[in-house]
Write a protein that binds this ligand. Structure first.
Ligand code: ATP
Length: 336
């Protein structure tokens, strides 16, 4: 089976990605394309990154109508930055010789490949397919190949580079659709339409989940006092199965926030589920999480809501850090 791997931040997935994946599949006769959203892209700013669960959900919606498009959440299952070389190694290990992988990469990303971890070994595990999107891309890609993959030699005019004992590098021009995630996020932020840039199901998901800071629905209460905010967040944590929810009044004690909410889950999945649902439900009501940490491990997830910080622990880790013991003299709020 010949499988194309289409990675990237996919924030959000759009028709530029889908169309180019389709053209590569056709040109190389691939059986399937697996979309692999990066959980922690080493080259992108994590503070502004949309949570993995949302990006994954949109990739699932976008690819659902196409039988040969599949989705892999493999990069979420590995802690630390999502290096492509590690993903390729793992896929090789999992699938052995049953599958032949073609790692698809845009020429813009390929031009930076020398900054990637273990880049010269990528062709030990998969063929590379460089998508040319603009005039001159092939020439620029050639220079990179001669530096980064010096053993590869051009085999024919179609732009296939081969090297003994390694997988090939293909150059494949695709239709240039001038769509980018950055532009879509900017449009959504300013309330402009993203229709016909992303599949309809993705557009709806973005709207329903108020992704990319779209204007809040009318009637939403923007100005909550910290006292009201903390009650809303704490009850959401509790409704989403956060256990033993306590609220510490940190006013005058911590420069970080006015209130800390502490709760736990009985497994890391439980913790991740509580964090994910809490964040989504609050966002629907116009309460936005400014930053989240520890989401992928689920042992200690910290969600920053400005005046309120939520600490969600896996139960044994809560005992280990014992924040409530540390702040035993801090007043506690009762949940309304
Ligand atoms: P951003 O604007 O957020 O940087 P992006 O839309 O360029 O994002 P990525 O998720 O970073 O997309 O890219 C994933 C892969 O898709 C990369 O290999 C990139 O080169 C390629 N790609 C991105 N946009 C297009 C497009 N319009 N047409 C073809 N390929 C694209």
């Amino acid at each position: 089976m010949h499988i194309g791997l289409f990675g990237g931040t996919l924030n959000p997935i759009h028709f530029g990605h889908l169309r180019s994946a389709e053209e590569v599949r056709e040109a190389l006769g691939l059986d399937e394309i697996w979309f692999v959203p990066a959980a922690f892209p080493p080259h992108k700013q994590s503070e502004t990154l949309t949570p993995f669960s949302d990006r994954l959900a949109m990739v699932r919606l976008a690819t659902a109508p196409v039988a040969y498009f599949k989705v892999l959440s493999i990069e979420m299952e590995r802690p630390g930055p999502s290096y492509s070389i590690d993903t390729l190694k793992e896929l090789r290990r999992l699938h052995g010789s049953k599958a032949k992988f073609f790692f698809i990469i845009g020429s813009d990303a390929f031009l930076d490949i020398e900054t990637w971890k273990g880049y010269s070994h990528l062709t030990d595990f998969a063929s590379l397919v460089v998508m040319g999107r603009r005039h001159g891309d092939l020439e620029r890609a050639r220079e990179v190949i001669s530096r980064a993959f010096p053993e590869h030699r051009v085999q024919d005019k179609r732009g296939i580079y081969v090297a003994p004992g390694r997988e090939a590098i293909y150059f494949n021009p695709v239709t240039h659709l001038a769509i980018s995630g950055t532009d879509i996020r900017r449009r959504a932020k300013t309330g402009l339409s993203v229709r016909f840039l992303v599949p309809e199901a993705v557009r709806r998901y973005m709207r329903e989940n108020s992704l990319y800071a779209q204007p809040l629905p009318l009637g939403d209460k923007r100005d909550r006092s910290p006292e009201v905010l903390v009650q809303e967040i704490a009850s959401e944590v509790s409704e989403n199965k956060g256990e033993q929810v306590i609220v510490l009044d940190m006013r005058g004690r911590s420069p970080l926030a006015d209130f800390f909410i502490i709760a736990h889950g009985r497994s890391t999945r439980h913790v991740q589920g509580t964090a994910d649902k809490t964040r989504k439900n609050l966002r629907k009501r116009g309460i936005r999480c400014r930053g989240i940490e520890g989401e992928h491990e689920g042992k200690w997830i910290l969600m920053d809501y400005g005046d309120v910080v939520v600490h969600l622990f896996y139960e044994p880790i809560r005992g280990l850090y014992d924040l409530e013991g540390l702040w035993s003299d801090v007043p506690r709020l009762t949940l309304k």
